[in-house]
Design a binder for this molecule. Structure first.
Ligand code: PMP
Ligand code: GLN
Length: 383
């Protein structure tokens, strides 16, 4: 393994999902739903396969129907107008979109500000691109996480090229507010920074609202927005993601993408085009279902003795294990399957400042209610 990647071993998700399988535990570690997305969308994928739509290389930027549907979705929910031909790119999931954006936009040595804790592929993507990560830590207080805007401003240097945002935020469940986003936008304009924003949980907001940072004045031309069908339609295995942004930025990301995967998932692209045109009631039902599951797991974890950070969005909940008498999330998560048959993820893996994340553990609640209840019962037996 070369020096750029040496610090990144096996992802925590692979390690913890393997542990869940080998111990027969309930897997609340890796974030994937245990029920698949809509039947009609699965049927749409089967139809595309049968009709021979997408079985051979689709067009590099993505199939036209999907690009039109992505543009339509940005317009419908956020009033953002994008040209499907020059301002939309289909990727192999949001993961490839993030990596391709970093590879396309960074020069070696450029600094990238990211809100810590952050999704694990960001650090690896920045490293692959030869960039330098500059974490700005979200601070836990009063049951939620807070962004210190002064700290963010102070993190900008002459070498800063871009801010990598994620809202709703994995793993903390934080949804950046209009005021916070306005301040970030102002900073980006003032210091002439690009923003790459990962909004894969855009439809999973329970408190507050999701506002794309691209909506703020001066931001459309400096923002690369990223989302994915994995979370919104519960098809994490399909790996259909996308990028929207100004033509020069999307062209740049496409340049990197075409040498990473060139194209992907032809038939699934056709199915996701249909998914993005589902009525509002689909998106509302998804959110309300997950809101109920959030409440169920938050209550279960609270009764089990964890201190819980109630997430405003995403399908993850972060807990503090200190009230249970533990302080090392890694040791806790490695022992948990044997002790009570539940798998979770130590939040420290999402930190550069590992000590900041030490006593925190993340649980996923995108699971059937019966599974969440059983997991809660098992965790209660811990205490
Ligand atoms: N970004 C965030 C914040 C995520 O939590 C995930 C994982 N589910 C991804 C990106 C990856 O998305 P995809 O599976 O579409 O590559
Ligand atoms: N995004 C999901 C999570 O945070 C899983 C992603 C993965 O397995 N790489 O759990």
């Amino acid at each position: 393994l070369n020096r750029r990647l040496a610090e990144f071993g096996t992802t925590i998700f692979a390690e913890m999902s393997a542990l869940a399988l080998s111990t027969g535990s309930i897997n609340l570690g890796q974030g994937f739903p245990d029920t698949d997305g809509p039947e009609e969308i699965r049927e749409a994928a089967v139809r595309a396969l049968r009709d021979g739509r997408g079985n051979q290389y689709p067009p590099g930027p993505g199939v036209p129907e999907l690009r039109a549907a992505i543009a339509g979705h940005q317009q419908r929910y956020y009033g953002l107008g994008y040209d499907p031909d020059s301002e939309v790119l289909v990727t192999a999931g949001a993961t490839e979109a993030v990596a391709a954006a970093l590879l396309a936009l960074l020069e070696p040595g450029d600094e990238v500000i990211a809100l810590e804790p952050y999704y694990d592929s960001y650090a690896a993507g920045i490293a692959l691109a030869g960039g330098v990560r500059v974490p700005v830590t979200l601070r836990p207080a009063d049951g939620s996480y807070h962004l210190d805007l002064d700290e963010l401003r102070a993190a900008v240097t002459p070498r800063t090229r871009l801010i990598l945002l994620n809202t709703p935020h994995n793993p903390t469940g934080t949804v950046l507010t209009r005021e916070e986003l306005a301040a970030i936008a102002e900073l980006a304009c003032e210091r002439d920074l690009l923003v790459v924003t990962d909004e894969v949980y855009e439809h999973l907001v329970f408190d507050g609202e999701h506002i794309p940072v691209a909506c703020f004045p001066g931001m459309r031309e400096r923002t690369v927005s990223i989302s994915s069908a994995g979370k919104t339609f519960s098809f994490t295995g399909w790996k259909v993601g996308w990028v929207t942004g100004a033509p020069e930025l999307v062209t740049a990301v496409r340049s990197a993408k075409q040498y990473l995967t060139y194209v992907s998932a032809g038939p699934f692209q056709h199915a996701v085009a249909e998914a993005l045109r589902l009525p509002d009631s689909y998106f509302t039902a998804l959110r309300e279902d997950l809101r109920g599951k959030r409440d169920l797991l938050v209550d279960g974890l609270t009764e089990a003795g964890f201190a819980v950070y109630r997430p405003a969005g995403t399908y993850f909940v972060t807990t503090d294990i200190r009230p249970l008498g533990f302080d090392d999330g890694f040791a806790f998560c490695r022992a948990l399957p044997e002790r009570c048959g539940v798998v979770a993820v130590p939040t420290a893996v999402f930190y550069d400042h590992r000590e900041q994340g030490a006593p925190f553990v993340r649980f996923a609640f995108c699971k059937r209610r019966s599974v969440l209840s059983e997991a809660s019962a098992r965790l209660k037996a811990l205490g």
